[in-house]
Structures are given as C-alpha cells and as structure tokens.
Design a protein around this ligand. Structure first.
Ligand code: UDP
Length: 320
C-alpha cells in the first residue's frame, strides 16, 4: 500500500515506518523535525520535512491508501504548563489532516492514541469501555482527536483505528528513543547507568500503590509497531475501532529502576522527588480486544527484555 506516516522521524513513528518498509509498503514520512531526527527515517522511505497542517493536502493528493498518524506533542508535564502547544499542535493539526484525508478520499487511518485518555481508572486493568476522563492536557487533546475520527468514520465511511498506547519502551534495530529533552522513565534511568546523569528522581512514593510509586504497563516498541500493521489490515470502512496496547502487567517506578539495575549492572542512585502534575497512580491495559480482533500477540512482554533492548540502543548511540 502507498502510506503516509506522519511523525515518522520520531520514536514510535520511525519504528513503525521501518516495519512498514520491511513489509513491502511504499512509505512517505512527513515530519517537521521539531522533536524527530532525519536519520531516524528508515532507508526505503521517502522523507518530506514539512509542517503537517500545511503539507497534508499536497501529500495526500497522490493516491495515498492509508495514513498512520504519529505526529504529536507528547509530554505530559509540558502539556500542563503549555496547553496551547498541545491544543494547536495535536488537535488543530489533526483536524487539518482529517479534512485533507476526507478531501482526497484516503480510505484508512491508524491513529496514535494513548492510555492518558482514560485518566485515573476506576477499574484496573483498563478496558476500552472505561470512562475517558484525562487528568492531563496531553490526554485531553488525544481524546478530542479520537472523537473527531469517530465523526469522520460515521459521516464519511473512513476506516479508522485508534491505538491507545500504554508505556512504550525498548528499541527496534537501530531505531529507539532519543529526545532532546528526555522525560520518560526508562531512558532517564539508562542515562544514569551510562554516566550521563548522576541520579534518577522518583516522582512521589505516597501514591495508592503497593510500594507507593506509580505503576505503568510497559510495552516493547516492536510489539507496538506490529499492532499498527495489523490495524491497517483490519481497518473497516465506516468503523472507528479503538484498541488498548499493553501487556496487562504493571510495574512500579521502583521495579523499573530495579530492572535497569539488573540489566546494566549499575547501582543507579535514586532520590525521592515531589509528584509530577497530571500523573495517574496506575495505568495497566486490558488488551484482550486487540488480541481477539486483530490477532495481536506481544512477543516481548518481559520487562528485562524491554530494558535490555533500550540499553543496547543507548550504548550504541554513545558508541557511535
Ligand atoms: N517517572 C519518575 N521519574 C522520572 C520520570 C518518570 O518517577 O524521572 C515516573 C512518572 O511519574 C510516571 C512513570 O515514571 O509515573 C512513567 O513516566 P513516563 O514519563 O516514562 O511515562 P508516562 O506514564 O508519563 O507516559
């Protein structure tokens, strides 16, 4: 298929673009490089550096059969202090993209949604039927886009799938996580193990969880990418389907730091810090729907495997 991958120079987008190229698809990546890296676009994909909202019309004019939409602002903390960046960068841009998708009759769309759409869950693991009450602006903007996509599927027959990621980690081949300003737990902990950072902060130990630190469901980026390939194949005209992607097991911040200690052999000093605004205590996925309807089966659910792949990537970046 001829596919447009928005945000394909970013972490998840580049891994998905690589998997799509591996599967023989014709891939065009559009990315403004505000957070992505040109050298993360896989060989075999065409790269267009542009602002998506401006370029969508031109990019879709040429018989594109599907869009995988990753381009987004995605930092929870920043979304609380700079909401305009998130409402404009995520919602306005996505509305422009959706309008262009409709104008050019693009039949299918796979959207990068998030567990942050649920907010503090009433029920854990969280099913897709759970109420969506985001506790941060990032989640609210992704939820708004999900609603818009539903309208386009209902009104115009778009075949749409939203994939609600839990905590993505690990690396695929030479593609991994490298943000100029890193805020995610596993890469930060691995920076300590690499000697780039003296210690890691634990954002609160008085949460209502077993050891008092926040619990998350970590999913390997390759497993996540594979779900996008399945979603593309199973997307059905006129339906907007929503799937959670996670392993169904939660690990606390302390458990993640311990896994990093095991994998790297480094002591990794940690200090207690205040809670981070917008964080829910626990996010764990019920991903049965993706398993039964898409036939998705995560192959790398083990936390140490996820951390080991992230560590290999971190070391290769430092070496090269
Ligand atoms: N976290 C932490 N210290 C850090 C970074 C993150 O304690 O330096 C915690 C954060 O509060 C959250 C969990 O680790 O509970 C995962 O955070 P991350 O930013 O990786 O992903 P998020 O769950 O926000 O998408």
């Amino acid at each position: 298929m001829k596919l447009l991958v928005t945000g394909g120079a970013g972490y998840v987008g580049s891994v998905c673009a690589a998997r799509l190229v591996e599967e023989g698809h014709e891939v065009v990546v559009v990315d403004d490089l505000s957070t992505g890296h040109a050298d993360a676009v896989p060989e075999g994909a065409t790269f267009v550096q542009a602002d998506l909202a401006d370029a969508a019309d031109d990019l879709l004019a040429d018989g594109v059969e599907g869009v995988l939409h990753f381009a987004a602002k995605s930092l929870v903390g920043e979304s609380m202090t700079d909401p305009a960046k998130y409402w404009d960068g995520n919602v306005v841009t996505s509305l422009r993209l959706l309008a262009a998708v409709h104008r050019h009759g693009v039949p299918r769309l796979v959207f990068s949604s998030t567990a942050a759409t649920y907010g503090e869950p009433e029920q854990v693991p969280i099913p897709e039927s759970a109420p969506t009450r985001p506790t941060n602006t990032y989640g609210a903007t992704k939820l708004a886009i999900d609603h818009a996509i539903t309208s386009y599927a209902d009104a115009h027959g778009l075949a749409a799938v939203s994939l609600r990621y839990f905590n993505v980690a690990g690396a695929h081949d030479r593609f991994g996580e490298r943000h100029a300003t890193e805020t995610h737990l596993i890469p930060l902990v691995l920076q300590v193990a690499s000697g780039l950072r003296a210690q890691v902060s634990i954002y609160g130990d008085d949460w209502p969880t077993e050891d008092g630190t926040c619990v998350r469901d970590y999913i390997h980026v390759t497993d996540l990418a594979d779900a996008h390939l399945l979603a593309l194949r199973h997307a059905t005209a006129g339906l907007h389907r929503i799937y959670n992607l996670g392993n169904g097991t939660g690990f606390s911040v302390k458990e993640v730091i311990d896994a990093c200690r095991r994998v790297t052999g480094h002591a990794i000093p940690a200090e207690l810090a205040p809670r981070r605004a917008g964080d829910p205590a626990t996010l764990v996925a019920a991903a049965d729907r993706a398993r039964t309807e898409l036939g998705w089966k995560p192959e790398r659910p083990d936390l140490d495997t996820i951390v080991a792949d992230a560590w290999r990537f971190t070391q290769s970046r430092l070496g090269g």
